[in-house]
Design a protein around this ligand. Structure first.
Ligand code: ZN
Ligand code: ZN
Length: 166
């Protein structure tokens, strides 16, 4: 079955994406008996600011704006929260951009591939077991042990295609 988030390339109520993501995170943490601390939740929310992956520095900067304690959250604290979210599968690191994106399907195993617009960086997550199967099958054939398999597909989103034409 192929699951994909088409919203990345459409006009939509992004607040709902954020709420859904936070809700999924809460459920996932509860099930795993781990705490989604306020800082972890704030970092996740910051990464979910848009469908564009966010670099670690930007997370630190944007977080300072979103948390109203008046105090800047120290970078190592933010990096630890990012690490936590990564391990839990709530976010992904887009290697080609060295940036992080919130996962639309954190409940699915890591059989994801990402469509990444090379102009605006808007990224859509897709998920299917088939990709994982094919990768595992190929790896098995050559005796390779897969640890992490994320496929990044670069191209142009509908909007940037339009702008190129006009
Ligand atoms: Zn959205
Ligand atoms: Zn684009």
């Amino acid at each position: 079955m192929l699951t994909y988030s088409r919203l990345a390339y459409q006009h939509h109520d992004h607040q709902r994406c954020v709420e859904t993501a936070l809700e999924k995170a809460r459920v996932l943490c509860e099930e795993s008996h781990i705490k989604l601390t306020p800082i972890r939740e704030a970092v996740l929310k910051t990464i979910w600011t848009s469908h564009q992956p966010l670099g670690a520095y930007d997370v630190v900067d944007n977080l300072a704006l979103s948390v109203h304690t008046g105090k800047r959250i120290k970078a190592p604290t933010v990096y630890r929260a990012i690490e936590f979210l990564l391990n839990l599968g709530l976010i992904h690191r887009i290697a080609s951009l060295n940036a992080y994106i919130g996962r639309s399907f954190p409940e699915k195993d890591h059989n994801d591939f990402f469509l990444i617009c090379r102009i605006c960086r808007a990224t859509a997550e897709c998920s299917t077991e088939q990709i994982g199967d094919i990768v595992l099958h190929a790896a098995e054939r050559v005796g390779f042990q897969v640890e992490l398999s994320i496929i990044e597909v670069t191209g142009l989103c509908p909007r940037c295609q339009q702008e190129k034409k006009s």
